[in-house]
Every structure is written in C-alpha cells, then in structure tokens.
Design a protein around this ligand. Structure first.
Ligand SMILES: NC(=O)C1=CN([C@@H]2O[C@H](COP(=O)(O)OP(=O)(O)OC[C@H]3O[C@@H](n4cnc5c(N)ncnc54)[C@H](OP(=O)(O)O)[C@@H]3O)[C@@H](O)[C@H]2O)C=CC1
Ligand SMILES: O=C(O)CCC(=O)C(=O)O
Length: 476
C-alpha cells in the first residue's frame, strides 16, 4: 500500500518515503508513506486557511451531515478498518474493531453537537440593550496524534474541530500512517470541501513544523510529556491555543474489603489489555497489606495465563508492542524496576513466536516503593507494579504522589471509602470498581498536573477548545 498526503483535496506524494511495519510480523510492510516536511505543512496550512471562511460560515447542517456520513461510513467499514488497525498498531482484532466503532460514534456524536446551541443570549445590565455571546470557530487547527489509538484520537480531535467550523491539518504518528490515511480518505469521500481536512504524513519534521507554524491558530497534541512541553512552548511563543494530553501513571487502589476476583479482573484489564498502551492504563496497583500477597499471587496467575500473540490471531489476548522503540522501552523498564529492588513475579521476557514481532509476556513487579522510577515514569507497556500499604490513608497518599494525574481507580465494597477517594484523589478521572482505562466519548477526558494542559478534550467539553467566544452588544 502506497500512501500520500491529502492537501487541498488532492493526494500528494513526497520524494522520500518510509515504511510502516506490522509489529506482529516485522517482516511485513503495511504501507509506504511519504516523508513530508515544512513545505507540505505550509501547503496544507495555506489550503486550510483558504477553506476556513467557507467552512466556518457553512450551515451547521452541512457540517453535521458530513460528520454523520463519516460516522456511518467508518461504522459500515469497521471490520476492514479494524483489521488494518490491528495489523499496523498491533492491538487485537476485537480491540481494534472496538476502537473503530468508537471513532464512528464520536463522529456521530459531533454531528449532533454541530447543531446544538452553544452560544447564549442575556439581558444587558443597561436598559434597552441585548447581549449575545457567540461561539465562533478558532481557525486552522493542527492535530498531532499518537499511534496507540490511531483512529479514535484523530476522531476525537478532528470531529469537534470540523463540527464547530474549523479546518484541520492532521499529523498522525509515523507508526500508524495507514489508519490515518484511511480516515482521511473517508472524510474526503464523504464530501469535505477541498482544504477543510488535510493530512501530512512524515517522521521527524512534520510535528515541529505544525507546532511552530504561524498559520495554525490552535494545536491539540496527545503523546509524551517531553514532546508535549515543546509543543506548548512553540504554541505559546506565538500566541496559539494549545491543548496537551500527555499520559499517566494511573494508580489503582485495592482495599482489603474488595472482592478479590473482581479486583484481579479489574487490574488485569486496566494493566495489560491493549498491551498496556493506554495513557489511562492501571500501571501501579496499590494494595492493602491484608490482601496484598493473595492479590499478587492471583494477578500473577491470571497474567501468566494471558495468551500473547499476533494481533489477528483469534486466540490472542495481548498483542505485541506497537513499535520497536516502545518494545525496547518495555524491556528496559523490567531491568530498571528490578535493579531498583522490585521483584519480578511473572513475565517480562521477550517472546519468540511463529512470526518475528515485538512480543513480551505481561509483567508483574511486586515489592516496589512509591518513589521508584517504575512508579513515577510512564512505561506504556504490559507492565504492572504493586505497592503494599498498611491502610486506606496510606493508599490515598501514595496514589496522590508523582507528576501525573490522569485517571485513578479504587476497588472496594465500602461506599464511604469510595466516596472519600472520589473527592480526594488528585486525578482528572476517577473510576470506582472499574479499571482506570476505558472511557466514554460524550464526557470530558483529561487530567491534572503533568497529564494534561489546556481545556479538556471530548464530549460536551470539546466546544471550549474548538471555539472562541465573541460578546456582541446590540442597542436600539
Ligand atoms: N498520552 C498518550 O496517549 C501517549 C503517550 N505516549 C508516551 O510517549 C512515549 C513515546 O512515544 P512516541 O511515539 O515517541 O511519542 P512522542 O510523544 O515522542 O510523539 C511523537 C510525535 O510527536 C511529534 N513531535 C516530535 N517532536 C515534536 C516537536 N518538537 N513539536 C511537535 N511535534 C513533535 C512527532 O512528529 P514528527 O515525527 O514529525 O517529529 C510524532 O508524531 C511512549 O512510550 C508513551 O510513554 C505515546 C503515545 C500516546
Ligand atoms: O482509556 C481509554 O479509553 C482512552 C485511553 C487514551 O485515550 C489513551 O491511551 O490515549
């Protein structure tokens, strides 16, 4: 498969290209993608700028109809897109198809949002005047998206951007260009006018060019803290809006009163499913002393029974790491955690299967201290660490440590503890008797502290980032 950029409604090639490969079989090329740079970003931004006036002024019904058609098309092609996503990203077919359906529903949700009232009319404090507060499109929006949700994250950024009248330049992760390309093709086929949605593919040059481009009015980024900081600096330096989502080190507290089987199932899902490649993954589990040893033994037993394999093998429960650098990072953190004094209870070894791929057995590391690197740094792989605590108060204190504050969970049968936790844990999202990962699309998504920056993403909150307010005073 040979991919192109989508600029001003045309499919455009670049001289240089690179390959995206199948992490379940690294000998298989999924697609060749062009290596864009500043010139392609310039052209895409110019096209988006030309298209902006018409798109922002279009009837909301026109925008709503486009998003609805995109949602229906993605849904109708869910099996095929799910297979492509599983091949390119490495999550299982079921996980991939679920993500595609989520993307479809996001487009349909924002088809509705395009038609909803987001402005306000108020009485003026001065007699005889009216005051209206409008929500206007911001302009050209740059989206920099990661590989771990290669269709859902572009969907949850692009759908609200388009719904509220902005035009888009999307720079997807270099590891998953084919999925982004498929989405761009659907948006174009469904009738987006030329320049309304642009795609620039590449590696090493495009992201920074998008972040620094003076023609881009707002940037939404999901990825690492290190890159997020650079994106924010570039955006703030030129007064552009910026929204960052930068991951987590999400605590899952297991109290002694919890149903143990349920707690283990929750930790297994939150920690290992989707190969742990979720910013919301339950990567550190904080367990009350009274159940700690039984919990660790039961989680280790379930984790070691998980079937690791190729994404498209129906028996697979945990796919490979998505790319080589992530795979190496996962293996490196096993060494870091054990060198720091953690006890590797199960997994953590590289696996050789029928096809060469980035396979690792899910790893459980016990006896870790809260300030170890394994409990402070996002790994983004199938690694779960446990911390033993004497009681709920200590569990809450440990949960609140660290630089991240995306999602936090508690497993308990105590309503009082669950209530206290909801109110006092420092996180943007709180889960009671649920994994820290797995969110709805119609409600705000985001964290506190080092996890997120700027207005919340998704659901009814998305309007805040993708529109700006204009206050209009009307006299007689
Ligand atoms: N929060 C989340 O959901 C995610 C978190 N992560 C975390 O990040 C780690 C590394 O993953 P990785 O894929 O390397 O993710 P990065 O955060 O390094 O993101 C890479 C993306 O950022 C772009 N980029 C790089 N430099 C700049 C810059 N100066 N300005 C603007 N954009 C830039 C790249 O584009 P270009 O190639 O054009 O430079 C690429 O698309 C993971 O292990 C995980 O911990 C990763 C994915 C998702
Ligand atoms: O937990 C989820 O459903 C979403 C996770 C996510 O957004 C991410 O990992 O980037």
């Amino acid at each position: 498969m040979k991919l192109s950029h989508l600029i001003d409604g045309e499919w455009v090639a670049s001289d240089a290209s690179a390959a995206s490969i199948n992490p379940s079989n690294t000998e298989e090329v999924v697609a060749h993608y062009p290596l864009g740079g500043a010139a392609e970003v310039d052209a895409a931004v110019a096209a988006a700028r030309r298209a902006f006036g018409g798109w922002a002024a279009a009837s909301p019904e026109v925008r709503s109809d486009l998003l609805d058609r995109v949602g229906s098309t993605v849904m109708a092609r869910a099996a095929e897109l799910g297979e492509l996503l599983a091949r390119e990203e490495g999550k299982t077919r079921a996980e991939a198809t679920g993500e595609v359906m989520r993307a479809a529903r996001i487009f349909k949700y924002f088809a509705g949002e395009a038609l909803r009232r987001h402005g306000r009319t108020l009485e003026s404090t001065r007699p005889g005047l009216d005051v209206e507060v409008w929500r206007e499109a911001v302009g050209v929006v740059g989206l920099i998206t990661p590989w771990n949700f290669p269709i859902a994250i572009p969907a949850w950024k692009a759908a609200p951007a388009l719904a509220f009248g902005n035009t888009v330049v999307l720079k997807p992760a270099q590891h998953t260009p084919a999925v982004a390309h498929a989405l761009a093709a659907i948006i174009a086929e469904c009738g987006a006018p030329a320049g309304v949605f642009n795609l620039v593919l590449g590696q090493g040059q495009v992201g920074a060019a998008v972040a620094a481009h003076p023609g881009i009015d707002a940037i939404s980024f999901t990825g690492s803290q290190a890159v997020g900081g650079k994106v924010a600096q570039a955006a703030v330096a030129r007064g552009a809006r910026v929204q960052l989502e930068m991951g987590g080190k999400n605590p899952l507290v297991v109290l002694a009163d919890a149903n143990l089987d349920r707690a283990v199932a929750i930790a297994l899902d939150g920690g290992f499913f989707q190969t742990g490649q979720r910013c919301t993954a339950s990567s550190r589990v904080i367990v009350e002393d009274a159940v700690h040893d039984r919990f660790v033994a039961a989680l280790a037993e379930r984790a070691s029974a998980l079937r690791v394999g190729a994404a498209l093998d129906p028996a697979t429960e945990v796919g490979p790491a998505s790319n080589q650098s992530q795979y190496e990072q996962n293996l490196r953190y096993i060494d870091i955690a054990t060198a720091d004094g953690g006890r590797l209870v199960t997994g953590g070894d590289a696996l050789r299967l029928d096809t060469p791929g980035y396979y690792m057995r899910p790893a459980l590391i016990a006896d870790t201290a809260p300030d170890m690197r394994i409990n402070r740094e996002e790994v983004f792989g199938p690694l779960v660490s446990t911390v033993r605590v004497k009681d709920y108060d200590e569990a809450l204190a440990v949960a609140n440590q660290g630089d991240f504050g995306l999602s936090a969970g508690i497993v308990t049968t105590s309503l009082a503890r669950a209530r206290h936790f909801r109110r006092n844990v420092r996180a943007g999202m709180v889960m009671v008797n649920l994994p820290t990962a797995g969110v709805d699309y119609h409600v705000p998504f985001g964290g506190t502290r080092g996890s997120s920056y700027g207005p919340r993403e998704q659901g009814f909150a998305a309007v805040d980032f993708y529109t700006q307010m204009k206050t209009v005073y009307v006299g007689d």
